[in-house]
Write a protein that binds this ligand. Structure first.
Ligand code: B12
Ligand code: SF4
Length: 501
């Protein structure tokens, strides 16, 4: 068996293909040293067959999967199991958010051999070297493995690397497997939208966030110049006209954001990224203006809650407040930047009345935000706990009797799959009526203000739904909004909450 590496991005998107950045970074980490190939499950009808077409050559010894929760996990589990049964000598290595946060379920499944916990830029080549040379695993940072006694060993974490020093992403080679234009899809931002990841981690420690256990409040970004060079390369070669920045927190550094804006300004590209309200509230007017002039039309913010107590409970960094959320939505109007605010409803409370009052408060608050800036895009999630041990919220979650799945296959039971999509929280403190209220409010709100990110819905259809939903919205009547649901179904309304941004 030769020592080639096959990297697989299990299916995660229905029709919006994006550059598979996770495995492309891993390909870059071994490029020139080991031969590699990429399979993108988003572009394949039968991924297992495709994987087998490589493995049956006998040349591929290593199989790397990137895995995030939700539908991607489903295809990852089904294909890993089938492949490992047929090719037991293949070394199966998983990376990405799911295995990093759930190592026991993954390694005890019996079909995954190693996990890369967080960044794989050094860990992955080091692991392959160790396997090739028969050297020990214990000094490989960011590696999780089982020792001879089948005990799961979590090695220490590596310091975050200087992002500019990483090898260039092998776009041209990816283009040989799948033509790059296939990944540059039409979105509300542009005709050919590029997905780019310019920084890793996040400096904050929100208690519900899956980034925290992996990055532990660390963040490192590529320089503005490096980001610009990469974007420009793809623009010139394949015609990208818009960018989705996939960073957890693109706007951590005001200086970098402004520098990038200065560089990209004349390229006539539209772009989008994720940020924090408290961080960006501190940006100067001139910076916000520069960002908008450079083509940034819409920014995603985790507003989470309008209630200061809940914000503190979520450890939202301490400086974000309800007032700030509203003021900032209003301030952005002046710059013509659309704030896309996500809220988390249904956080735990000591009594059912308190939980219900919390939901009502948020509904009222969202209406206030819409009032000051009707263009604000609202995304509503129901609170889904992540195991961030030690946090106040985590303690409350465990005290309520909530349990995480134990085995890998439990994670793809239908109930857990919709939990991952943040739709069905399975949380003991939420009653069916409370969940209905959240959903129904969401339906009415989406009726009054259909998202701009849905490029298929015509103005006429929007107007028709809006008229009907407004009647309910005005008088807070959210029960059984079947007529709105029906229209949304007929006109196939796109929901960013479940389909990703
Ligand atoms: C792009 C993206 C998507 C795309 C998928 C695109 C694709 N692959 O085709 C879309 C929009 C479809 C999507 C959807 C969802 N996503 Co998503 N997504 C992301 C996002 C923004 C970027 C991922 C990425 O490309 N990163 C760039 C690479 C370079 O970083 P990386 O993945 O961390 O990779 C490094 C390491 O992790 C490691 N590594 C990763 N993979 C591998 C593989 C191997 C073999 C090795 C060795 C190492 C390794 O090495 C890499 C380089 O150092 C992340 C957040 C983020 N900023 O990472 C969320 C994120 C992964 N998504 C998340 C979620 C929850 C979802 C959804 C389930 C829910 C939702 N509503 O968004 C949906 C449903 C997914 C589905 N249908 O299966 C969460 C996961 C949270 C968790 N609990 O684990 C994240 C972290 C966002 C967040 N902060 O909440 N998503
Ligand atoms: S600011 Fe966003 S990415 Fe950072 S810890 Fe909080 S939720 Fe996670």
């Amino acid at each position: 068996m030769s020592n080639k590496i096959l990297l697989f991005n299990p299916k995660s998107a229905i029709n919006k293909y994006r550059i598979p950045n996770s495995i492309l970074n891993i390909a870059a980490s071994v490029d020139g040293k080991y031969e590699w190939a990429i399979i993108d499950g988003n572009c394949e009808l039968d991924s297992i067959k495709k994987i087998e077409s490589y493995l049956s050559t006998g040349e591929y010894k290593y199989l790397g999967f990137t895995v995030m929760p939700g539908p991607q996990l489903r295809q990852a589990i089904i294909s890993a199991k089938a492949i490992k049964e047929k090719y037991p000598h293949t070394k199966m290595i998983w990376g990405g958010y799911f295995p990093s946060n759930q190592p026991n379920a993954v390694l005890y499944s019996g079909y995954v051999d190693f996990i890369i916990n967080g960044p794989g830029d050094n860990a992955f080549p080091n692991l392959i070297d160790a396997l090739e040379n028969g050297t020990p695993f214990e000094f490989i940072k960011n590696l999780i493995y089982k020792n001879v006694d089948s005990k799961v060993i979590i090695n220490g974490k590596e310091d975050l690397l200087d992002q500019d020093s990483l090898p260039p992403l092998p776009y041209d080679k990816l283009n040989e497997f799948y033509p790059i234009p296939k990944f540059l899809g039409k979105t509300y931002l542009g005709e050919k939208t590029l997905a780019y990841h310019s920084s890793i981690g996040c400096p904050f420690t929100c208690s519900f966030c899956a980034v925290v256990p992996i990055y532990e409040a660390r963040w490192k970004g590529k320089s503005a110049q490096k980001v610009y060079n990469d974007v420009k390369y793809i623009k010139d070669k394949w015609g990208a006209d818009a960018i989705e920045f996939h960073d957890n927190n693109f706007f951590v550094s005001e200086k970098r954001a402004v520098e990038f804006s200065r560089l990209i300004k004349d390229e006539n590209m539209t772009w989008w990224g994720m940020a924090r309200i408290d961080t960006m509230s501190k940006f100067k007017d001139s910076s916000l203006a520069a960002i908008r002039e450079a083509g940034c039309k819409i920014i995603f913010f985790g507003a989470e809650s309008g209630n200061n107590e809940v914000l503190a409970q979520m450890d939202k960094g301490g400086t974000q407040t309800g007032n700030q959320i509203i003021e900032f939505a209003e301030r952005l109007k002046k710059f013509d930047i659309i704030p896309e605010y996500s809220f988390v409803l249904g956080t735990p409370g000591p009594t059912p009345e308190k939980v219900q009052a919390g939901i009502d408060f948020e509904i009222d608050f969202i209406k206030k935000v819409k009032h000051v800036n009707p263009k604000t895009e609202i995304i509503i999630y129901t609170y889904s706990p992540v195991p961030t041990e030690g946090s106040e919220m985590y303690k409350q979650v465990l005290a309520s009797g909530f349990k995480f799945p134990q085995t890998l296959e439990d994670w793809i039971s239908p109930a857990w799959e919709s939990f991952d999509l943040r739709k069905n929280p399975l949380t003991p403190w939420l009653t069916a009526e409370m969940i209905d209220k959240i959903r129904n409010f969401e339906t009415v709100l989406n009726g009054v203000y259909p998202t701009v990110t849905d490029i298929r819905m015509s103005t006429l259809k929007r107007k028709a739904i809006k008229m009907i939903a407004s009647l309910r919205y005005k008088v807070d009547l959210y029960y059984y909004p079947y007529e709105i649901k029906l229209l949304q179904k007929i006109w196939r309304y796109r929901q960013p909450e479940t389909q990703g941004f």
